[in-house]
Structure formats: C-alpha cells, structure tokens
Design a protein around this ligand. Structure first.
Ligand SMILES: [Zn+2]
Ligand SMILES: [Zn+2]
Ligand SMILES: [Zn+2]
Length: 257
C-alpha cells in the first residue's frame, strides 16, 4: 500500500493569508501546508479522501490523472470545495466516479454543488464533475471499487461528526475532537495512523497535540503521522519533540508499507 499526503494543513492552509508569524513566513517548504487530503493506492486502485480547495495543485504535483473513488470525511469547505476539479477524473477515466459519504455529507454536497450528482450530457463531454453518490455508515464496512474500507465515527465538536477510514492496516482520522470507544475498536491493530493534530493547545473542534499523543499511546500503531496542522506547529520544532514512531506530516510525504 502506498499513501500520499496530498495536503496536511488546516482549513485556511499554511501560510494563512496575511499572517506574518514565523511558521507562515518560514523558508522551510515543509511548513507550507495545503488543505488536507490523502491518496491511498492499494490492490491496483486509487482512493482519494476528500476534494479540498487545493486539489488541482495536488493532482498536478503528484501526476494524478484519475482516481477510482472519492471518500468523504465530511462536507466542510476545506474538504469539499475543490470538487470541480474531479471533472478531470471523469475525463481521464471516461466514466462516473463514485463518491462515498454519510447521508448528511452527501446531502450537504448536493445542496452546495447539485450539478455534480446530475446525469452527464454525453454530447457536452465531461464539462462538469459527474459523481455517483454512495451512502455509507460508520461501523459498516463497504467495498470501494474492490477495496474494503471501514468507516468509523469521530466527534467534530459542535460541528457534529465526521468519518474516519480504515483501509487494511492504515487508518485516517482528520477533523476529530473526540473518538468513541467503538472507533478505538476499529483502530485495533493498525500499523499506520494519520491523525488530526490542529494545535499545541486545546481546540473546540479538533484534537491537539497532548490529546493526539494520548490517542496514539492507546492505539499503538507502528507509525503515526500528524495532520491538519495549523500555523502554531512548526515542522522541525514539532518533530524534535515527538516520541519515537510519531512524526509530523508534510505535503507530498509518501508512506509505503
Ligand atoms: Zn478540516
Ligand atoms: Zn501564521
Ligand atoms: Zn471540519
């Protein structure tokens, strides 16, 4: 399995527009973070998690022409507003692309981008994204174009819930302030965990460093990678203070296992 961290930034990205803090003005490219997304490649299939506003740039950077399916964690703007660029996936695959999400997530996407779920008009070509909505539920595994995926519940503070995904021995948790015991059960035995860590101080809707490290100590993956990191977290400083087996993500990081 190959996992590419396409983006590991917070909702506004790093640098934040107009911010002159040391991280936003850092010359280390690892402090430049686009909005969160990962690409999972396994069994000859490519699964994209979310369509963030930076999707175009991420696809160009990694030569991604198409994907077999899109998995949505939730419908927040930083996870969905690059949806129009999914049109290129249709173009290169010459077919509809399945989009998996909860009923609520699919409904929110439909409310904002109704055209993505409309039937294509063959004589117009792939002039807009053409996604096929597929409803999934936390705790019920599903088959994403031949790849078994287990979605699990995550609390996103006052925003409600999001989905985490387990695929084989890896799991992805973003936009999570809390995790129910049932989700810890799903995470049992994973080797790789890419996990939310917005800040080094408590936040209302996301996990922060201390709590994320507690989660990692409970799940005990071989390797944990922090993501959705805000501008309070400087790449080198953070990495230097993390325990063995835990590291900060950076855009373009590739994990093979
Ligand atoms: Zn987010
Ligand atoms: Zn800043
Ligand atoms: Zn969110």
């Amino acid at each position: 399995m190959k996992v590419t961290i396409l983006g590991c930034g917070p909702s506004g990205g790093v640098p934040l527009i107009g911010c002159e803090c040391p991280v936003c003005t850092s010359s280390n490219p690892k402090n430049n973070r686009t909005r969160v997304s990962i690409l999972i490649e396994t069994h000859g299939k490519r699964l994209l998690v979310d369509t963030p506003p930076d999707l175009r740039q991420q696809c160009l950077r990694h030569h991604i022409k198409t994907v077999d399916a899109i998995l949505y964690t939730h419908a927040h703007a930083d996870h969905t507003h690059g949806i129009d660029d999914a049109r290129s996936f249709n173009y290169h695959a010459n077919k509809l692309i399945p989009a998996y999400g909860t009923a609520d997530t699919l409904e929110e996407i439909r409310a904002r981008f109704a055209y993505v779920f409309k039937n294509p008009i063959p004589q117009y070509g792939w002039f807009r994204p053409a996604l096929e909505p597929r409803e999934i539920r936390a705790g019920e595994s599903f088959d994403a174009e031949g790849v078994r995926v287990i979605p699990f519940d995550q609390g996103h503070g006052a925003h409600g819930t999001t989905l985490g995904f387990r695929v084989g021995d890896m799991a992805y948790t973003t936009d999570a302030k809390s995790l129910p015991d049932a989700s810890f059960d799903v995470l049992k035995g994973i080797k790789l965990w890419i996990v939310d860590c917005l800040s080094n101080r408590p936040m209302p809707t996301h996990s922060h460093l201390e709590q994320t490290l507690e989660w990692i100590a409970r799940v005990r993956p071989e390797r944990a990678i922090l993501t959705h990191m805000g501008h309070e977290l400087e790449y080198a400083t953070l990495n230097a203070q993390l325990p063995t087996g835990v590291e900060a993500a950076f855009d373009g990081m590739v994990v093979m296992f």
